[in-house]
Write a protein that binds this ligand. Structure first.
Ligand code: SFD
Ligand code: AMP
Length: 657
């Protein structure tokens, strides 16, 4: 096909806006909001400018968009940071960066206390040991956590909240921090919403140093080029890279937020940052079709899940699984729970059901009518606060959790680093805890000078959840301030010409303008492929060759190598994506990011010759865990110019006994 050239002959040229700042925050989720808050405390008094760029509306963007019912990481008085390290290590099959996890464990509670100060209602336990919901405990002026109030623990690490407006509360604090920074620095605008960042820009004299980022508005035809001294890349994890279980009328429904399209991993890889544990993924076991989370049901309501014969599949399948996974079956981490469930599903012993009805009836045995009604409304609210679709699925199917059990299902895989997964970037540790080689200057800085990350971006340290991601953003916010002060006299400038960036970024619109008249049906055209079609091709490829739901998460060296061939074909075709409008342009660029994130995932799985995460994925040619050869990190770098990956091992070090 003819080479791609964009001189804006067939599409309108965008306006180009250049914005200069000191600290650039890419993303507006938990991590970036934490960064804005903390950077304001340190950077504003120094006259440093802070800018946040979110592809969506920050009030409701990212994973916490719909709200949450629990804060999953609160260490509290009962636990220590060392306990937290043991818990995370256990759940992630023995390989984590203990320096990063310990560091988070010692700081995370402060963020939770701030959330409460900012108005988030947190459930409390009263003197008789009864649970009081967040709204009532606020109304009754029960002591805050900071003042010794006792939370309602659903599990050892989780505390219950009235969290429908959780993200709005967090965003409000971030926005007022940005407003304060504006006031002190005299900058007109420092919060850009609905601007999708496409690529990071490196310094013209030093390609290993960050100098900015470029993106476009999804509402007006405008290219944005940001120049910065330091940047936080916190654009969440990656959804919709694998074929989804939801099809037809449910298409588009996913557990993970649809905004997060692998931008963190792809843009970091393209600028040369080292990735870690990209083979890891998260396959959440969820209420079928609505993707309702299970945590509160298992931990707070004490529901049990069984196979179709009423058997406890975890107990039943434990000894058989020990043959491949040894003592790891005893810790029964999140992937292992999936594994036990899938054994029975594959044997035709599904549906797997969670007995919400039995659990609620048992809990209500000693309750008054009023208390029972309250319990039932809590059961609905668990989803109305967090995964509204699940309540919709119940209502649509004439099901009520207090009357009938619900089906559970392992979902399609997601790439993330803050929930029960640990894909991400290799970052510097805190320095005062951990080996020297894990500390190269600034806490949570990547291997690219001046580029930081947090939340889903930091690899090898999962189970941070919402509170931990916010905390990690705060750590980075403070460190970015230090970075700016230490590099006060250095000037940075990006190498790219904004005119050329405009041509590259808006290419899919030129393709549309040039060719869309060629056929009567705009979907079928020999000159281009529409982003929705390309996305389906990627999802099919990932599903079939990289272990998605279609193969029960099974892949192998042979399947992956076959898949790499088709991925090359897909990449070739991706340059022919068209965009009829700005929305489709967004879809096109999300696909570019997903493809690279998906490829990193596949390449890492190919490198790690064992099945470290049974229940998340299986290497059919290496079905066992092999601690002798593979109890290590797998890291990689990508060369954008050649398209080549370098993948290598890094030693794991145990720091906490
Ligand atoms: O029920 C660009 N999580 C839960 N955490 C808890 O503490 N309790 C829970 O109850 C949780 N549950 C839960 C959770 C997640 C999800 C998806 C569900 C349920 C359905 C986990 C946390 O939510 C998660 O750990 C944090 O939110 C992670 O924070 P962060 O900042 O790493 O990611 P984000 O919040 O999703 O924000 C991403 C931001 O990036 C923007 N963005 N901006 C510009 N350019 C681009 N190219 C961009 N790409 C993305 C997004 O708009 C967003 O602002 S439960 O399952 O356990
Ligand atoms: P989820 O709702 O599945 O996202 O889980 C929320 C929290 O509860 C996370 O910290 C999980 O690790 C934890 N969790 C969920 N299910 C279980 C379970 N069956 N046993 C122990 N912990 C669980």
């Amino acid at each position: 096909m003819e080479p791609k050239v964009n001189n804006f002959e067939f599409s309108e040229k965008p306006e180009i806006a250049v914005h200069e700042t000191d600290i650039l925050l890419i993303g507006g989720g938990m991590a970036a909001c934490g960064s804005a808050f903390e950077a304001d405390r340190w950077a504003t008094p120094q006259g440093l400018r802070i800018t946040m760029v979110d592809k969506a509306a920050t009030d409701r963007s990212g994973a916490v968009a719909m709200g949450l019912s629990a804060i999953n990481t609160y260490v509290g008085q009962e636990n220590t940071p060392e306990d937290y390290v043991r818990y995370v290590r256990n759940d992630l099959m023995g390989i984590i960066r203990e320096d990063l996890v310990f560091d988070l464990g010692r700081l995370v509670d402060d963020s939770v206390h701030l959330f409460e100060d900012w108005g988030l209602p947190i459930w409390k336990t009263d003197e008789e040991g009864r649970s009081v919901d967040g709204h009532t405990s606020k109304k009754n002026e029960m002591p805050s956590l900071r003042d010794g109030g006792k939370p309602v623990r659903s599990g050892r690490w989780q505390v219950m909240i009235n969290g429908e407006s959780y993200k709005k509360v967090i965003a409000e604090a971030a926005k007022s921090a940005l407003a304060n920074n504006r006031k002190h620095t005299g900058v007109d605008q420092n919060h850009f919403e609905r601007v999708f960042i496409v690529k990071l820009l490196s310094d013209k004299d030093d390609p290993t140093r960050i100098a900015g980022a470029a993106g476009f508005s999804v509402r007006e035809k405008k290219l944005y080029v940001f120049k910065c001294k330091t940047a936080l890349l916190a654009a969440g994890g990656c959804v919709n890279v694998f074929k989804t279980r939801a099809t037809g009328e449910g298409q588009g429904r996913a557990w993970f937020p649809v905004w997060n399209s692998g931008s963190t991993y792809a843009m970091a890889a393209e600028i040369g940052a080292e990735l870690t544990m990209m083979e890891n993924r998260f396959v959440p076991a969820r209420f079928k079709d609505g993707y309702g989370p299970v945590g509160a049901w298992f931990l707070l309501f004490k529901a049990k899940a069984t196979n179709a014969l009423g058997e406890d599949y975890q107990e039943k399948n434990k000894e058989e699984s020990r043959k491949l996974y040894g003592d790891y079956v005893d810790s029964m981490g999140t992937c292992m729970r999936n594994h036990m469930m899938m054994i029975d599903m594959k044997a035709g012993l599904g549906p797997i059901k969670i007995h919400t009805d039995v659990a609620l009836q048992k809990l209500s045995e000693t309750m008054s009518k009023k208390e029972i009604r309250h319990l039932e409304s809590e059961a609905w609210e668990d989803f109305l606060d967090m995964t509204i679709t699940q309540a919709g699925v119940w209502a649509a199917n004439n099901m009520a959790p207090e009357k009938v059990p619900s089906e559970l299902m392992p979902s399609e895989p997601y790439l993330l680093g803050s929930h029960a997964g640990c894909a991400g970037l290799w970052t510097s540790g805190p320095g005062d805890f951990g080996p020297e080689e894990w500390h190269w200057g600034y806490n949570r800085m990547t291997t690219v000078d001046g580029l930081f990350t947090a939340g889903d971006g930091v690899g090898a340290s999962g189970h941070k959840f919402s509170s931990g991601s916010h905390t990690e953003g705060r750590i980075a916010g403070k460190m970015m301030t230090a970075y700016c002060l230490d590099h006060k006299d250095q000037t940075v400038d990006y190498a790219e010409d904004p005119e050329e960036l405009a041509k590259e970024i808006f290419m899919p619109m030129e393709t549309w303008g040039k060719h869309s008249g060629y056929t009567t049906d705009p979907d079928i055209n020999p000159h281009y492929i529409r982003p929705a079609m390309l996305q389906q091709r990627l999802q099919k490829l990932m599903d079939e060759y990289v272990g998605g739901v279609g193969t029960w998460y099974m892949t192998s060296k042979y399947m992956l190598e076959e898949g790499f061939y088709y991925m090359e074909m897909l990449k070739e075709d991706s340059y022919h994506m068209c965009a009829e409008n700005l929305h489709e342009l967004l879809r096109a660029w999300e696909n570019f990011h997903r493809i690279l994130a998906g490829e990193a995932h596949a390449r890492h799985i190919h490198f790690r010759e064992e099945t470290r995460y049974p229940g998340y994925y299986y290497r059919g040619d290496h079905m066992a865990i092999d601690d002798e050869n593979w109890k290590c990190f797998v890291n990689s770098t990508y060369d954008k110019a050649t398209g080549e990956w370098k993948i290598f091992k890094k030693d794991y070090q145990q720091l906490v006994a």
